[in-house]
Ligand binder design. Structure first.
Ligand SMILES: *Cc1c(COP(=O)(O)O)cnc(C)c1O
Length: 390
């Protein structure tokens, strides 16, 4: 017996793997990108703060409930819906995957996405063998309704992220309603509201009553600050929820997860969550002020979320300098319309202080380089004129 990994295992894997899986690129989750040396994680839109929790573990010999009542009813209450309209999942990401598996025939049906947007819709579609139709957002990051109209009948699921990750803006409600009407006989319109706690007034859950083709995705990962828990929710008509329930894993939430999620959804914890959101929105104002002062800032995009997207021609040196200082933010420049864009999460005071320090150090470095290159030329005032979208 040997512990060595045998080479033949690799080749049997190569021989058997589905060709679309072999060629696809794995989703680059922020955690995979985080290097061991980085101390400050502002790349995954997580909230700050740890907690001390007491949970009962005496039932661990039993399988958990398929849909723990306290969790489903707690979330239904919070969202103002009935329990039959709620499916609890292993994060919102599982909701995305289940929708595709429930409604798309592999090799035949398509999903529609509106880039720049969240990366998992594509990854889940590829892994299921569903086609992907892209209808890019307009330059103001709103829906292109004309282009959407042309896809009616061609797609089964339309994914809209609002507020959108990574741009931070909310999608216009009138356009969402137009889209629901456009696809009312041919596709489900999936509104990913992962960041809705940061701007609760923009939710579209009230439209569930009048639009049976609407599905809303939610999570405890962002505003609720439980990214480590892996708990999300799909909100939809009872028949959609029942259909998805047929193919979800038999015990999607482990018992400790269900226990903690139920606690997170009590009135008291929801009040705390709303307080944390207010604090986060205040901190965001500081980060906005800080970024607006940067000589290299080309654009700062308005955000209703716990992150900010900004643009700079110094994207790469700035990103590298931050990594070297142990501060991870996210490079979004590979997405359409996001050339030279970086995204920073609104973390804790301490994390943001580390971010400010690292940026200030970077500025000193850039200035010294510039002085070396052009010893006589003084800095001109127009280098300070950052164009912002505020
Ligand atoms: C973070 C995020 C998710 C994933 O949420 P989980 O519940 O952690 O799986 C889904 N959609 C968007 C837009 C996100 O930013």
């Amino acid at each position: 017996m040997t512990n060595k990994i045998s080479k033949s295992n690799t080749s049997i894997c190569q021989k058997l793997v589905r060709s679309d899986v072999a060629t696809m690129t794995a989703y680059q989750s922020a955690r995979r990108e985080t290097t061991l040396s980085s101390q400050c994680w502002l790349n995954a839109n997580e909230a700050g703060g740890n907690r001390q929790l007491q949970i009962a573990l005496s039932q661990l010999n039993r399988y958990p409930d398929f849909q723990p009542k306290a969790v489903v009813e707690g979330y239904a209450d919070y969202a103002g819906l009935e329990a039959e309209q709620v499916l609890a999942t292993r994060g919102a990401d599982e909701g995305i995957e289940l929708l595709i598996r429930t409604f798309c025939d592999s090799g035949k049906d398509n999903i529609l996405i509106c880039p720049p947007t969240y990366g998992m819709y594509k990854v889940s579609a590829v892994s299921h063998g569903a086609g992907i139709v892209e209808v890019p957002l307009n330059s103001d990051f709103q829906l292109n309704i004309n282009a959407l109209t042309k896809q009616v009948g061609n797609v089964k699921l339309v994914f809209i992220c609002s507020p959108n990750n990574p741009t931070g803006n909310v999608i216009n409600r009138a356009d969402i309603i137009d889209t629901l009407n456009l696809f009312k006989d041919s596709a489900l319109v999936v509104l990913d509201e992962a960041y809705i706690e940061f701007c609760e007034q923009f939710t579209v859950t009230d439209l569930l009553a009048s639009y049976p083709n609407l599905v809303v995705l939610r999570t405890l990962s962002k505003g609720f600050a439980y990214a480590g828990l892996r708990c999300g929710f799909t909100l939809a008509s009872p028949d959609i929820i029942a259909m998805m329930s047929k193919i979800i894993a038999p015990y999607p939430l482990s018992q400790p997860v269900a226990e903690i999620a139920a606690m997170a959804l009590t009135k008291q914890e929801i009040r705390k969550m709303r307080q944390r959101v207010l604090q986060c929105n205040e901190l965001k104002q500081h980060v906005i002020e800080f970024l607006n002062k940067q000589p290299w800032l080309e654009a700062l995009y308005e955000s209703k979320t716990n992150f900010l997207l900004f643009k700079t021609a110094l994207k790469q040196p700035l990103f590298d300098a931050l990594v070297a200082s142990g501060v991870m933010i996210r490079d979004q420049s590979s997405q359409p319309q996001l050339e030279n864009c970086l995204r920073v999460s609104i973390g804790t005071d301490d994390e943001l202080a580390a971010f400010y320090d690292a940026v200030n150090q970077f500025n000193v470095y850039v200035k010294s380089k510039r002085q070396q290159a052009q010893p006589v030329k003084a800095e001109t005032s127009n280098t300070k004129q950052a164009r912002t979208k505020y």
